[in-house]
Design a protein around this ligand. Structure first.
Ligand SMILES: Cc1ncc(C[n+]2csc(CCOP(=O)(O)OP(=O)(O)O)c2C)c(N)n1
Ligand SMILES: [Mg+2]
Length: 553
């Protein structure tokens, strides 16, 4: 099934006040950790968490953005509901970029946000942490948000908020709760997950899609983040149709990179120009529509959970709305009646990919380090990327073997997301080896969370590629602005001493072979974080492989 419904979990305990009802409801949804930063507005919440500590842990971060990014990482690694709690006003705003990213990535993150005294909300008195129209600000960031206005509704609103994260366009939700509401008695018992009926599948649309795909001469499948839980189905359909599968950024790993029908972005670009039918699964088809072009000779089929998505840019021939995996299963069932037998395309794709791989050789500095990481990360190991030279190339060429093992920030592409998000990934998947890659610029956005990693013994391995610069910006200034370098050089700490001063393990690796050795040691260490600094020079530009010209009118 595509969208794991929140599991019934531990025994709900009798709820007494608002905070206890909310905490009990989180527990009843299988939420085992709350990523948080406390403050007076939420003291009752933390007291409820103290009392429930046999069932739910609190991971306290050093900055609210760290808490929210960790919740995002936990959600992305598992597709299970995850939650964070912060104070209102500055606390909320400090989580803004992470919440925005959770929205962009359709991640099931629940924010629990404090509020000023209930009776004063909207009066602009100037209470501690008061912000004008907090609810309005939140409503611009997430699809579902509300304030808990009585203890009696606390449990049901929490269950509703969590259900909303998996319904329609998936994504985060927020509950606000006033400083004097958390502790108010009279809440009902905790509530388990609401029933989540599978939306009916449009059988006429399935038949139309099967007919188009069955008759296609040159079908192409494009996967986005929404296909991550439909790997088996995409793999089966690709084999039946002998259709190549393009995944870039969030679509990587849906089809195993070792499958010859799995193609990288530039080959996908070539194939887009040749295709007669394209099936987009859980993707906005952003690069194809915005950069590669689309015309009437191409029949586009969309499968997406967001009912508004298909009509946004280019009306498709067929749109199927709902969870990707069950829809794909129906499509696979409907196909044999329609499908032409096609010759195998594995050999052709291997050869065409090999030609692109030869061109990728200009990215050798990045590729050699990524090869070292791939060699040390086992099949289920997770790589969290960043907005850095290494990240850009990883999205193109790092081999990904399984779904949800390559995490890339999607269209926000927000510098500084990686390290703290990876901490949440590692915390939620303690048995999986996790590596975060970042540049010296991105790492320093949340490097303070090394303290959180040490305090909570999170065994993340963070590789920091240090070029002493916002390298991407510097290269653009050098190449396109006559080398007028401005605001792109960085004064860095000694990353080894810095990491060690937190109590983290630290190593410096000067080449890919020493990175492999350092990774081996770091991944073996399971009681705390490791930072590996890799000093690097300027890197070759990957952009010619990412921003490619129109191939259709
Ligand atoms: C939140 C945010 N701010 C700014 C940017 C613009 N930006 C993109 S790449 C980059 C520099 C990255 O530097 P670093 O992390 O050191 O990676 P490098 O390019 O040097 O490998 C900047 C500032 C961004 N993508 N996101
Ligand atoms: Mg840099």
């Amino acid at each position: 099934m595509n969208t794991p419904r929140p599991a019934q979990n531990t025994a709900p305990h009798a709820a007494q006040n608002t905070a206890e009802a909310i905490v009990g409801t989180l527990i009843a949804h299988g939420v085992k950790a709350l990523y948080a930063l406390p403050g007076v507005h939420n003291d009752h919440l933390f007291d409820a968490l103290f009392k429930a500590s046999d069932h739910i842990g609190v991971i306290h971060a050093r900055h609210e953005q760290g808490a929210a990014y960790m919740a995002l990482g936990a959600a992305l690694a598992t597709n299970r509901p995850s939650a964070y709690a912060v104070v209102p006003g500055p606390g909320l705003l400090n989580t803004g970029a992470a919440l925005l990213t959770a929205y962009s990535m359709n991640a099931p993150v629940l924010g629990l946000i404090g509020q000023i005294p209930d009776a004063d909300i909207g009066r602009n008195i100037g209470h501690l942490h008061e912000i004008r129209d907090q609810a309005g600000i939140i409503a611009r960031l997430v699809d579902f948000s509300t304030r808990v206005k009585t203890p009696a509704e606390a449990a049901s609103l929490t269950a509703e908020a969590i259900a909303s994260m998996y319904a329609g366009r998936r994504g985060p939700a927020v509950l606000e709760c006033a400083i004097d509401m958390w502790g108010r008695p009279g809440a009902g018992p905790a509530q388990g997950p609401l029933p989540s009926p599978e939306p009916a599948i449009d059988e006429d649309a399935v038949a139309a899609a099967a007919k188009l795909l069955g008759a296609a001469k040159s079908p192409l499948i494009v996967c986005g983040g929404g296909a991550q839980d439909a790997s088996a189905e995409v793999t089966a359909l690709s084999a039946m149709l002998q259709a190549p599968v393009l995944g870039y950024r969030r679509g990587r790993g849906v089809l195993d990179s070792r499958d010859p029908l799995s193609v990288t972005l530039p080959l996908g670009h070539d194939l887009w120009g040749e295709a007669d039918v394209v099936l987009g699964v859980g993707t906005r088809l952003y690069y194809p529509f915005q950069q590669w072009g689309v015309d009437d000779d191409l029949a586009v089929i969309r499968i997406t959970s967001d009912p508004e998505e298909p009509a946004r840019v280019h009306p498709p021939a067929v749109a199927l709305i709902g969870d990707e995996a069950p829809i794909l299963r129906r499509l696979i069932d409907a196909l044999p009646g329609h499908s032409a037998k096609r010759p195998p395309r594995a050999g052709e794709m291997r050869e065409r990919q090999a030609r692109w791989n030869t061109r990728f050789e200009k990215l050798a500095p990045q590729l050699s380090y990524l090869e070292a990481i791939r060699a040390e990360l086992p099949e289920d190991g997770i790589l969290v990327d960043e907005v850095t030279q290494m990240g850009f190339v990883a999205r193109l060429a790092y081999p990904v073997y399984r779904p949800r093992t390559f995490l890339s920030p999607g269209y926000q592409d927000n510098l500084g997301w990686g390290f703290a998000t990876a901490l949440g990934v590692q915390h939620a998947r303690p048995g999986a080896p996790v590596v975060a890659i970042s540049g010296d610029g991105g790492f320093m956005f949340t490097a303070n969370e090394l303290a959180t990693a040490v305090r909570h013994r999170i065994p993340l391995v963070a590789v920091v590629f240090n070029d002493g610069a916002f390298g991407n910006v510097r290269r653009i200034q050098a190449e396109r602005y006559g080398n007028r370098l401005i605001a792109s050089d960085l004064a860095n700490p000694d990353f080894l001493k810095f990491a060690e001063s937190f109590g983290a393990a630290a190593e410096r690796a000067k080449d890919p072979a020493s990175l492999r050795a350092a990774l081996k040691r770091g991944l073996a260490r399971r009681d705390g974080p490791t930072v590996i600094e890799v000093p690097v020079g300027p890197m070759p530009s990957p952009w010619e492989f990412i921003h490619m010209p129109k191939v259709r009118a």
